[in-house]
Structure formats: structure tokens, C-alpha cells
Write a protein that binds this ligand. Structure first.
Ligand SMILES: [Zn+2]
Length: 456
């Protein structure tokens, strides 16, 4: 357990949406927040053993939540990159590294919305056991898909036993797939109601799973206390997903007024994933995404943005989801989604609430994380500047001073050095003039390199 911590004189954004506290303080005791308020209101006078941080000019906010994370995605440009080019063993190691990256860049919690085999569950368990470093992870299994649907990527002549999709048809098979995932420890189920641009056998306007199949999956998942995320882009697929009772609609590209009203009545959360759709089109061609895929996404973009605006105007709660791990949206840059939200009409405060309080509600941990209030886990970010003036700083490694999970330093530019992590205690600071030791540089294996690095 890290030593208790007092952060003083910071701008405090508590995640509730209320005005920030200027010259505020946050006291962390036993890995949880024990007090938040103005510098005078938070007293730790009787504590002499605290770590103290003078945060003048800095902002403290709660750690962010990525509600649409795929640990196994790495440098993807086409369907085969998801689950054919690398062994599941490679994918497992990459998923562990990607989870750690999330934490290091300020996402202290995440929901895995589709993995190969049970990789997401294994990564979650290893993080919880302290074997791996990573965010709090709500883990799921494979994407439950229909024949020819979103995640049915190959012809029947290819037997891929380590695939991203679990192909089912009919109520019995859907229910069986949910039960299997629950059996092995899934806490969230991912369904598909429509295809998408990268799917070889479907597209974003094609409805795939029926409302009856989805309703059966939802019933079985909820009976087991498991939530359901549903990929839905086609207009009717969004409505059917809501009618079936899913907890979140992922993407929601072609929303109409009836769909918006259904979501409002059912209190369904939208995870709009604006950045992934945008980057498929704007960066995809430069990183090797085939033209036919770029064109499919290009056709969706204008309507997708209109749908987000419609949802925003209707007051539909929206959460941050990155869908990262493609060659154009590495996990290290996922805070870009907040920029895209602001670009789509959110205020910076609304985008931050989507990344914190609403994200916590999506994963069902609203009493533990997502707001800075007494009793919550001390998952905190310290940022150099004011993200309410410019939300882009949340993506800038130079501005992310520190990331804490359970009150322990886990990322940001103040993150502990590698040798400190191994030793388990802090070393004396290096003299300012000292050049980093060459031996500190870790040569990354090929499978962890981006396509850009491999070219050089
Ligand atoms: Zn996804």
C-alpha cells in the first residue's frame, strides 16, 4: 500500500459536473479518498507521515474510464489483424501491455468489449492478483455474433479457434454463449446488432442479430448479474438493441428520433466512439487501411456526427469509449475521444463527465470510482493546466503529471522509474543534469512496435 497522500492548492474537478474548486485539496488515506475541499477545509494537521504534493497551477481530477477497450487489438488495419496474424499467446502479452498503457495515460478503469478466447478475463485476474500492472478492468469474452455478422470474419473453410467472434444463430445458441462466458468469469457481454465497415461479410447498415436473439442474451446476462454492450449502427438495429434491453449502445451511427426517444425512456447509455470512425477515414489511408474499408467508414461519418449531436441535444448520457488499438488509434492516445466530443458540441466539462462519472456508471462501479468524494478509490490524475480550457492536454504526456490508482503512483511524467517499481520504494531523485543511462532504454520486441517504428 502506498503512503498516504495530501495534494494541496490544486484546481479540483470532482467529476460531478459542478464548478471546480480553486485552491482545493485532496487527502488520500489507505488508498481511498478521505477528504476533498478547499485548502482550509481539508485538514491533516495531525499527520506527519504524509507524502505532500504542492499542486499550484495543476488540476486534480478523477481517473478516466474507457468503456470500449479491446486489449487484444494491436496495430489493426483489416479484419485478419484482429485474430489471424498473431497467435493467441502473442495477443495475450499484447493485451497485458495495452492494459498497462491505458493506466499510464490516465485511464484507471476500462471495460473490455471483445477479446480472443478468454484473454480479457485472464488479464483482469492477473491485474487483480498484482501480477500485472493495469487499470480496473471489467472483463468480457468474445464478441457474440451471427453468421455473416459483425465478427464472423472468415469463410467456413477457415477454422480459427482463437477468433474474436463467437458465431451463434438462434436463441439457444445465444444463451449458451452467454452462459459459457459467465462460467469463465465474464462481467460484461458484447453483442452485435449490426455489421460495421471493417466486417468482410456485413456493413454498418446491415441488421444482423434479431431482437429475439438479443433479448434472450440480455435476459440470461442480467439473470447472472452481467451487463450487455451492443454494437449497433444501423437505425433499426439501435432500436432493436434498446427494445431488447441492452445496457449500452456502442457507436449508434444512424440514430433517428424514435431511436433517441427509446434510448431516453430506457436510460440506455450511448458510447459514441467518435474518434475511431473519424480516424479510419482521416488517418486510415496513411497507415495501410485498405481503401474499401476506408470508403465504407467514409460513408458513415456525416450521419454518425449528426447522431451524436441528436443524442447530445436529447440529453442521452454518453460515455467515453476509444475502440483503440488500430494502426491509427494506439492506446496511448485514447484521450483523443474527449477532443472529438468537444468538437461534436460537448463542453469540456461534459466530456470529462463522460470520461469519469458516466463511465463509472456504465461499468457499475459508480459507488467506488468516477468522482472525487470521500470513500471512493483514490484513482486520480494530476494535470499541468486547466483541461476545462483545453481538453487536448489530457492527451499530452508532457501535461499529465501523475496518475494514481489506489493512491499509488502509476503513470504520468512523475511515474516511478523502472528500478523503483522493482525495488518497491522510491529512490533519491536523479540530479537534474544527469543524462538518462543508455542501459535504461528498453528495446521493444517487434510485435510491440507500431508500423511506423518498423519502417525505420
Ligand atoms: Zn469495438
Amino acid at each position: 500500500m502506498a503512503r498516504d497522500l495530501l495534494i494541496q492548492n490544486a484546481r479540483v474537478i470532482d467529476g460531478s459536473g459542478s464548478e471546480p474548486i480553486e485552491h482545493g485539496s485532496v487527502l488520500v488515506e489507505g488508498g481511498r479518498i478521505s477528504s476533498v475541499g478547499t485548502i482550509d477545509a481539508v485538514s491533516a494537521a495531525n499527520r506527519t507521515d504524509l507524502r505532500k504534493l504542492d499542486a499550484t497551477g495543476l488540476t486534480v481530477m478523477t481517473g478516466m474510464v474507457d468503456c470500449h477497450f479491446h486489449g487484444v487489438y494491436q496495430d489493426v488495419t483489416c479484419w485478419e489483424d484482429y485474430d489471424l496474424r498473431r497467435s493467441i499467446e502473442h495477443a495475450t502479452i499484447l493485451a497485458a501491455r495495452n492494459a498497462q498503457t491505458l493506466l499510464e495515460v490516465g485511464f484507471t478503469s476500462a471495460r473490455d468489449t471483445g477479446t480472443r478466447g478468454m484473454v480479457g478475463i485472464a488479464v483482469r485476474d492477473m491485474i487483480n492478483e498484482g501480477v500485472l500492472v493495469g487499470p480496473r478492468l471489467l472483463a468480457g469474452g468474445q464478441i457474440i455474433t451471427t453468421t455473416g455478422g459483425l465478427a464472423d470474419g472468415y469463410g467456413s473453410w477457415i477454422d480459427n479457434r482463437a477468433s474474436l467472434g463467437r458465431v451463434v444463430d438462434g436463441i439457444e445458441e445465444v444463451v449458451k454463449a452467454v452462459r459459457e462466458q459467465v462460467k469463465y468469469g465474464a462481467e460484461t457481454v458484447k453483442l452485435e446488432a449490426s455489421g460495421t465497415g471493417i466486417s468482410p461479410y456485413s456493413d454498418s447498415r446491415k441488421q444482423t442479430m434479431t431482437v429475439e436473439e438479443m433479448a434472450a442474451a440480455v435476459k440470461e446476462a442480467h439473470r447472472n448479474g452481467v451487463r450487455v454492450a451492443c454494437h449497433a449502427q444501423a437505425t433499426e438495429s439501435i432500436k432493436n438493441a434498446v427494445r431488447a434491453g441492452v445496457d449500452t449502445v456502442e457507436h449508434g451511427s444512424f440514430l433517428d428520433e424514435e431511436g433517441t426517444e427509446l434510448m431516453r425512456q430506457a436510460a440506455t447509455v450511448l458510447v459514441p466512439t467518435i474518434s475511431v470512425l473519424d480516424l479510419y477515414v482521416t488517418r486510415g489511408p496513411d497507415v495501410g487501411v485498405p481503401q474499401w474499408i476506408v470508403e465504407k467508414f467514409q460513408g458513415d461519418l456525416v450521419e454518425h456526427r449528426q447522431s451524436v449531436k441528436m443524442a447530445l441535444d436529447a440529453g442521452i448520457p454518453m460515455a467515453v469509449g476509444s475502440d483503440s488499438g488500430h494502426a491509427f488509434n494506439p492506446q496511448s492516445e485514447i484521450a483523443y475521444e474527449l477532443e472529438m466530443m468537444v468538437d461534436a458540441g460537448f463542453t469540456p466539462m461534459q466530456a470529462i463527465e463522460s470520461a469519469t462519472r458516466i463511465g463509472a456508471e456504465v461499468i457499475g462501479w459508480e459507488n467506488e470510482i468516477g468522482q472525487l468524494s470521500p470513500g471512493m478509490f483514490a484513482d486520480l490524475l494530476v494535470v499541468d493546466g486547466n483541461p476545462l480550457e483545453d481538453v487536448r492536454m489530457l492527451r499530452d504526456p508532457a501535461r499529465l503529471v501523475s496518475v494514481y490508482k489506489d493512491g499509488a503512483l502509476a503513470g504520468g511524467r512523475a511515474a516511478p522509474r523502472r528500478e523503483e517499481l522493482e525495488l518497491g520504494y522510491e529512490l533519491a531523485p536523479r540530479p537534474a543534469s544527469a543524462e538518462p543511462d543508455e542501459s535504461d532504454a528498453i528495446e521493444r520486441p517487434c510485435c510491440l512496435k507500431t508500423s511506423e517504428e518498423l519502417e525505420h
